[in-house]
Design a protein around this ligand. Structure first.
Ligand SMILES: Nc1ncnc2c1ncn2[C@@H]1O[C@H](COP(=O)(O)OP(=O)(O)OP(=O)(O)O)[C@@H](O)[C@H]1O
Ligand SMILES: [Mg+2]
Length: 284
């Protein structure tokens, strides 16, 4: 069995606000295999971003463990923590570009922190801008780019340190349908060509359907369903899953297409635990 890219074991997270503790993640366990595009889907407030932030320890779990490439990173600090974060790129809904830096300088910023030389930084940033289709925008300012272009810059910047994992938190939520699809296609190409494992946080089933191979449904801080995307769309089990499917017209259409494509002899794996699904199956 391959070593998991990310394994979360029995993770809980509480926040204390005005002296009162509220548990936003409860006993979450899931396994992301190398090469997965693993979707975490749930309603607003379900705990998706908190879970993603526990992977690179922007949030510290209250209980449980986080393993990255087989290593228990839960209590990492100092140099170990910086190295861990360099191995994990992160992209957000609102791009988070530096307005006072050119596109090229945004992309090379993580390499400045690492004290790479100016020429090496420039070459790597150019290479990444080519990868995301923005070679001609190197000297532009973020304000001169469309939302989709800005997200491409953010993706390029997240790749600067050659991460093996990318955390994508609602990266298409601010974009229109066509731009969303082109950004998702870009993420899939990065996954395939560079072998980057992706954790994709979303509230939209259509996003899961377009790029993910595995998915976990989070509801009020708990994982209520995990499995392959094909299984989830064909046989949604949890009420929360069905509700998310209903809420997303594009995905609902996909469900109908999935059902129509199924033949009577088609075999379907039963719902299985993420622990076993994670390491062994690659369905794309
Ligand atoms: N730093 C914090 N302090 C206190 N409560 C927090 C903090 N961060 C998140 N929460 C709470 O944790 C819960 C989960 O938040 P989280 O941002 O993880 O949800 P989400 O699923 O990403 O939602 P959305 O889809 O709206 O982004 C929410 O009730 C939120 O108010
Ligand atoms: Mg969120």
């Amino acid at each position: 069995m391959k070593t998991a890219a990310i394994e979360i074991r029995g993770l809980s997270k509480s926040f204390t606000v005005n002296g009162e503790a509220s548990e936003v993640l409860r006993d979450v366990s899931l396994t992301v295999a190398p090469g997965d595009i693993y979707g975490i889907i749930g309603r607003s407030g379900a705990g998706k971003s908190t879970l993603a932030r526990c992977v690179n320890l922007l949030e510290r779990p209250t209980a449980g463990q986080v393993f990255v490439s087989g290593q228990d990173v839960t209590h990492f600090a100092g140099r170990d923590l910086l190295d861990l974060r360099a191995r994990i790129g992160m992209v957000f809904q609102d791009f988070n570009l530096f307005a006072q830096r050119t596109v090229l300088s945004n992309v090379s910023f993580p390499l400045e922190i690492r004290h790479d030389g100016a020429e090496a930084r420039r070459a790597r940033a150019q290479e990444l801008l080519e990868l995301v289709g923005l070679s001609d925008k190197a000297q532009s300012w973020p304000s001169q780019l469309s939302g989709g272009q800005q997200q491409r810059v953010a993706i390029a910047r997240a790749l600067a340190n050659h991460p093996s994992i990318m955390l994508c938190d609602e990266v298409t939520s601010a974009l229109d349908t066509t731009t969303t699809q082109s950004i998702l296609d870009l993420l899939r190409n990065i996954n395939r060509e560079l072998g980057v494992t992706m954790l994709v946080i979303t509230h939209a089933m259509s996003v899961v359907h377009r790029i993910c191979n595995k998915v976990a449904v989070l509801d009020a801080g708990r994982v209520v369903e995990t499995g392959t995307v094909a299984d989830l769309f064909a046989h949604p089990q949890a009420a929360a899953t069905r509700e998310l499917l209903r809420a997303d017209n594009g995905a609902a259409t996909a469900v109908i297409a999935t059902a129509a494509a199924a033949t009577p002899t088609a075999t379907r794996r039963p719902q299985h635990d993420a622990q076993e699904a994670g390491a062994d199956h690659h369905v794309r």
